[in-house]
Design a protein around this ligand. Structure first.
Ligand SMILES: [Zn+2]
Length: 107
């Protein structure tokens, strides 16, 4: 499920999976499928890098990847998931320094 492409690349443009299936049917996942220029279809995986302007379907205009500005280091989380196995390492919160108050005796 996490391996499903978020978009297909053909005719030098991105296309959402819905439009890609409309055009190629199940052949979208066939490595032998070519577009009208004779190029094999590309697939954009969730962890692939996208442009800061975002990516949009060349057919229906559906947003494929959110734009992200240069002014923020706010890269979509998806670009970090390089491990398709999803071997998530739990992020352990550092233990809070337990402030041992001395029984609330204010001095
Ligand atoms: Zn589309």
């Amino acid at each position: 499920m996490s391996h499903a492409p978020i978009a297909y690349i053909y005719e030098a443009d991105f296309h959402c999976p819905v439009c890609a299936r409309k055009r190629f049917g199940r052949a979208v996942d066939d490595p032998d499928t070519e577009d009208s220029e004779g190029n094999p279809l590309g697939a954009l995986s969730p962890w692939d890098e996208t442009s800061p302007e975002g990516e949009y379907c060349g057919d229906c205009g559906e947003e494929i990847a959110e734009p992200y500005g240069d002014d923020e280091d706010d890269v979509p989380d998806d670009s970090y998931t390089h491990d398709p196995e999803g071997d998530d390492v739990p992020v352990l919160a550092p233990p809070l320094a337990v402030t041992q108050s001395d029984g609330g005796r204010a001095r």
